[in-house]
Design a protein around this ligand. Structure first.
Ligand code: HEC
Ligand SMILES: [Cu+2]
Length: 317
């Protein structure tokens, strides 16, 4: 939409045009009313200026018609903007169910990225075109913010809590990636690029980059290396609860409440095991705070998630 106008970045995601149209409407409405009011001020100043023999102003003491008019018109405009912007917001905040999971950890002053297939990169993100992609993001230190202007998306990346964002790129190309939250002396150097590639090029890039292991396989190894499996054996009578088939399910806690088994809950269970206790179990689990990096916790999460995915051979007893 903005090709050739350098004021605007490229528009390269499925929802970036929608954001632009809305932005343009806001600017248009503001300009319209600014000009209208300014013009009326000038016009009335001239039209009703004090003149020789003029009778003075006629005072109006209340008018229901006028009141209704200047209440209803802004109400209609504002409600229309509300509905319109909320629709866009829903699109941006709700990823399609089949979105590919990429992991991002922000750190003073770089972005570390891991692909679902295991490749890691720093300050560059290679993605295929026309594929919905979800980023699960966390910071290792202060608040950062992941900003891709060409996709019209920006989301804060917080320490201690996951945030997510998704996009589907529509055009191959190289786009700016910025940290949009002041995060220390080298904040301005916390920049990178998002490289959108055609499917075949992306596959070629993947096979060229050192793949390493998928997050899931790394998680499986960590699960053994950190001795999680000594308690979470999956057998009845084990010291720790069975973790298979739990993803997205409600877990009963000892205080009678429930919690959904998801990324945030697993992360908390690993770092602050005492925060919530599973019904029927003792608080035996040691904390792994300080022993596991955010990348490793993300790998453990990927592994536990796969245990509930029938396609991965999970959810079996
Ligand atoms: C010493 C035994 C022990 C070890 C080692 C251990 N856990 Fe646990 N874990 C438990 C127990 C007991 C519970 C249930 C009580 C609670 O919630 O604190 C639990 C709960 C959990 C839960 C929540 C389970 C649910 O059903 O809601 C997760 C997730 C978890 N552990 C993951 C891990 C991971 C990952 C590791 C290794 C990094 C690990 N545990 C190591 C004993 C252990
Ligand atoms: Cu930053």
């Amino acid at each position: 939409m903005w090709k050739g106008i350098p004021l605007f970045p490229d528009s390269a995601s499925t929802y970036s045009d929608a954001v632009d149209y809305f932005y343009l409407a806001l600017v248009g409405i503001s300009i319209f009313f600014t000009l209208l009011i300014a013009a009326l001020v000038v016009l009335f100043a001239i039209r009703f200026r004090a003149r020789e023999g003029s009778a003075g102003a006629t005072q109006i003491h209340g008018s229901h018609v006028l009141e209704l008019f200047w209440t209803a018109v802004p109400l209609v405009i504002v409600m229309a903007l509300f509905v319109w912007s909320t629709k866009i917001w829903f699109t941006i905040t709700r990823p399609p169910a089949h979105a590919e999971q990429y992991y991002v950890t922000g750190k003073q002053w770089m972005w570390k990225i891991q692909h679902p297939t295991g490749q890691r990169e720093i300050n560059t993100l290679h993605v295929p075109v026309n594929v919905p992609i979800q980023l699960r993001m966390i910071s290792e230190d202060v608040i950062h913010s992941f900003f891709i202007p060409a996709f019209r998306v920006k989301r804060d990346v917080l320490p201690g809590r996951y945030s997510t964002m998704w996009f589907e790129a529509t055009k191959a190309g190289t786009y700016h990636l910025f940290c949009a939250e002041y995060c220390g002396t080298k904040h301005s150097q916390m920049i990178g690029s998002v490289i959108v590639m055609e499917q075949e090029d992306y596959q070629r890039w993947l096979s060229g980059a050192a793949a390493g292991e998928t997050p899931q396989v790394q998680g499986e190894k960590l699960f053994a290396a950190m001795r999680c499996d000594t308690c979470h054996t999956g057998q009845p009578g084990a010291r720790g609860p069975k973790l298979q088939g739990l993803w997205g399910q409600k877990v009963d806690l000892s205080d009678g409440s429930t919690v959904v088994f998801n990324e945030d809950y697993v992360r908390e269970s690993i770092l602050i095991p005492t925060a919530k206790t599973v019904a029927g179990f003792q608080q035996l689990m040691p904390t792994y705070a300080g022993q596991l990096g955010e990348d490793q916790i993300l790998s453990l999460i990927a592994y536990l998630k796969s245990l509930s995915d029938p396609a991965q051979g999970g959810a079996k007893p």
